[in-house]
Design a protein around this ligand. Structure first.
Ligand code: NG1
Length: 472
């Protein structure tokens, strides 16, 4: 029996009242759990997607590929300093139905209303659409595969992406919906073309593929979406290591104790990450801090190499103007760091607090992993809140709406801790809440947030989801 038969069997049993969970593919339950209502909704979602595919393309042969979004429980702005992160995959995912074509065209539909149908031809240099267009993430995966395996090795595909809430990864909220789309495409194309990659290699591959869209992000999102195990968070050391001649990254699955929900609280204040000059300014400020520290710690390559007990105030200015920094840095470094000419001499950059955040956050990730393993959830929650204060005060990456949301969340009796998810300046907060109080949390926080801001929050509860793959 193939996967689609399983789905149909499930629906038939559901209708006749003879439901037995064991009749559903084990793979499906490994992803979506055993809750009958959840399974029923997911089966419905998949069957509808398959029907849409058949209506659009009229073919029988179809595969299903999925990839979850992610949220970071700890480890903000540590990845680009080769530090540590502790994210988890969401139980919301991007799902696509896809079928192989005989030519090299890729034809795309999306059931979400904001996404127009697209098509393009596979090649070594696939022209990029305008910035922000959804098909760029599809093109990104396709071009990377063509460049690695050769144009002749890869056939085109017909595909339809499920864009329905509440299952899909919320968009533009710092939950990696774009990476999830790219990964699901890469999963579909590799499956349709009989290719395999080892999961960590695949995560690095997808991370690099995303550079096509014009951002130069790290691999955290891709590792989480691909490697995460249900009911676990994923510890990732962002310093590459060489194992048997291949560059890779060390990871560890960290179980999340039962009895708690992860509440994702979307402020609905959108941040345009690719255009975010704040993000780039933080990268610059911390790189400057590192350069200044290097004269005292010559072996340090990234802020990750500076230990949390180093008295930073001895070595770093709190703030410095670009003019002052030119005197403090050697000329070549200065020119390298300021080459894009964005700042003028009088502009002031913040140095010490930015570095203090990154260094302390690295230590918090390591401590957080130990606390989770020990089941010390209250202490883990307190550490999340400490991380929030550091992101807000030292890193300057909050915004009034995030502060209001987190303040309400922390006042709520069942909350263990809360912090900003992703880069900051909008998007989502993430809180750990006792499961018995989590529905009340949703209602209460949404109400208070609306009273304070006039904006409707998007609050949902989730559990760590299972990494990307084909359903078969
Ligand atoms: P978000 O805002 O979740 O996309 C961004 C970066 C991460 C990391 C975080 C801050 C990209 C694609 N993502 O995440 O790599 O630096 O900010 O921890 O640039």
């Amino acid at each position: 029996m193939n996967f689609i038969d399983y789905l149909q069997e499930f629906q038939r049993l559901e209708q006749t009242g003879n439901f037995t969970a064991s009749k559903i593919g084990r793979g499906f339950q490994a992803i979506y759990g055993n809750d009958r209502q959840v399974l029923n909704s997911q089966v419905h979602r998949y069957l509808e997607l398959i029907n849409t595919y058949k209506t659009l393309y009229g073919e029988e042969e179809v595969i299903l590929a999925r990839a979850p979004g992610r949220v970071d429980l700890m480890g903000s702005h540590t990845d680009y300093h080769q530090g540590y992160v502790l994210p988890m995959a969401l139980d919301k995912d991007t799902v696509m139905a896809a079928g192989k074509r005989n030519d090299q065209k890729v034809v795309l539909h999306n059931t979400g209303t904001d996404f127009t149908a697209q098509e393009f031809v596979l090649g070594q240099d696939i022209p990029r659409s305008e910035q922000g267009c959804w098909e760029n993430y599809v093109k990104a995966a396709a071009q990377a595969l063509v460049r690695s395996y050769g144009t002749e090795r890869i056939c085109g595909m017909n595909a339809v992406v499920d864009g329905h809430s509440p299952f899909k990864v919320p968009l533009a909220a710092g939950l990696s919906s774009s990476s999830a789309l790219l990964i699901s495409v890469a999963v579909a194309l590799t499956e349709l073309n009989d290719m395999t990659m080892e999961p960590k290699q695949f995560a690095c591959f997808c991370g690099e593929a995303e550079w096509y869209v014009g951002t130069r992000g790290g691999f955290m999102d891709h590792f989480t979406s691909i490697l995460n195990r249900k009911a676990h968070a994923l510890f990732l050391d962002c310093r590459p290591v060489n194992i048997s001649g291949e560059e890779t990254f060390l990871t560890e699955d960290i179980p999340l104790p039962e009895g708690y929900d992860v509440a994702i609280c979307n402020t609905n204040v959108k941040k345009e990450k690719s255009a975010s000059s704040e993000y780039n300014t933080r990268v610059l400020e911390t790189k400057i801090g590192l350069e200044l520290l290097k004269s005292h710690f010559p072996e340090a390559q990234y802020l990750r190499d500076i230990l949390a007990n180093v008295p930073l105030q001895k070595f770093l200015p709190e703030k410095a103007s670009v003019n002052e920094l030119q005197k403090l840095l050697n000329q070549q470094k200065y020119e390298e760091l300021f080459q894009d000419g964005k700042f003028s001499y009088a502009d002031e950059l913040t140095i010490l607090p930015r570095c203090r955040h990154v260094i302390a956050e690295n230590a918090r990730v390591l401590e957080g992993c130990e606390l989770l393993k020990a089941g010390a959830m209250n202490a883990f929650g307190a550490l999340m809140t400490e991380s929030y204060v550091s992101i807000r005060d030292d890193f300057g990456a909050s915004c009034p709406e995030l502060d209001l949301m987190i303040k309400s969340a922390l006042r709520f009796p069942g909350t263990l801790g809360a912090r900003i998810a992703g880069a900051g300046w909008g998007g989502c907060a993430v809180a750990i809440v006792e499961a018995s109080a989590s529905s009340a949390f949703q209602t209460q926080i949404a109400k208070e947030y609306y009273q304070n801001t006039g904006i409707h929050a998007g609050i949902f509860l989730c559990q760590p989801g299972q990494g990307a793959g084909v359903l078969s």
